[in-house]
Ligand binder design. Sequence first.
Ligand code: GLY
Length: 427
Amino acid sequence: MKRGPLDILIVGGGGREHAIAWSLRRSPRTGSLYCAPGNAGIAALAECVDVAATDLDGQVALAREKAVDLVIVAPDDPLAMGLVDRLEAAGIPAFGPRRAAARIEASKSFAKDLMRKAGIPTADYVTFDNPVEALSHVSECPLPVVVKADGLALGKGVRICHVREEAVQAVADMMQQEAFGQAGRRVVVESFMTGPELTVLAFSDGRTVVPMVSSRDHKRAFDGDQGPNTGGMGAVAPGADLSPAQEKDLADRIFQPTIDALREMGSEFRGVLYFGLMLTPDGPRVVEYNARFGDPEAQAVLPLLETDLVDIVEAVLEGRLASCDIRWSGRSSCCVVLASGGYPGSYRKGLPIGGLESLEGMQDVLVFHAGTRRDGDGQVVTAGGRVLGVTAVANDLDSAIDRAYEACESIRFEGRMMRRDIGRTHP
Ligand code: GLY
């Protein structure tokens, strides 16, 4: 990759992409920065172009038109659809896994089979393509049980069923009613695990895997981990106080074997791999993989990164991650998501957001935009379920949490919804 400033396109337009843009802007190696489609916050850091993340032709054409040196593909859908393959075929370096490797997120059965084959600890499971067989299985398997749609379902394709009727309903919804379209034609039925959850994002060049600071996401809509699942209502980093022995155990039993298994099947993984873990009484187990930075986890983790993100991305693409020195600040962070009233159900859009300017330039406070846009009068308005991620960084987690909540109070929009216990409970 060339030595001078790099012109970079970020694909996506949520809080994660804003955090990536913010991190890239700190690098003296970032030249022109583009984001498609972007949002009102990203527009302060990058030229936003209205091309949907899933418009593969449009994204390739944009990368060509802007003659970028690098594209970072951040969301799951374009990765699963093969945007990285398309960009590479056009001679454009792209950060993110190719379609074959992105199956680790796009197909739950693929991920489970990979883990079984490689001996990576995870819950026992059975995969079904036939609804009658699936219904028969959940009518007699031990409870609780977890029913997962095989494909991508906006984080909503997982049902934890404590009673028989729920399990039967989950299978019927996914396989017969097609609640998630094609994504639910195949289901994975897993045994239930207990223990605190932990996210570890890791950079990989296909051979070396380097975990980032751990994080912890809060997926339920309401305090005390109640209510429906969401994309994530907030995150803290670090997510756990892991001992060096625990870190080594995770690396030896989960992180490295996953990367090796993908490479050995010819699906080398280059990019960020998300390990969704559960620390069960019997040791850590993989709950899920994602083929990208988590959101909101990225909004908590990236502010703690001290190494230049451009250098890391380049090392990944050039297969020399092993010699890249990746450093973290040693501080803590908390990201609280401000969501639209009604989320994750239906919600209003176009509501004016007040108070953003009062947080601009504030030390150790970052406001990442997720669902925002500017209306015709230049006013920033709500444009999605998750609207903003307010991140605070401090020397300890309690201070980061307090500071994030203090900052949230400055931001106003009708129906503003947030959890009050981010970082204070342990999902
Ligand atoms: N926070 C969960 C995810 O990014 O999928």
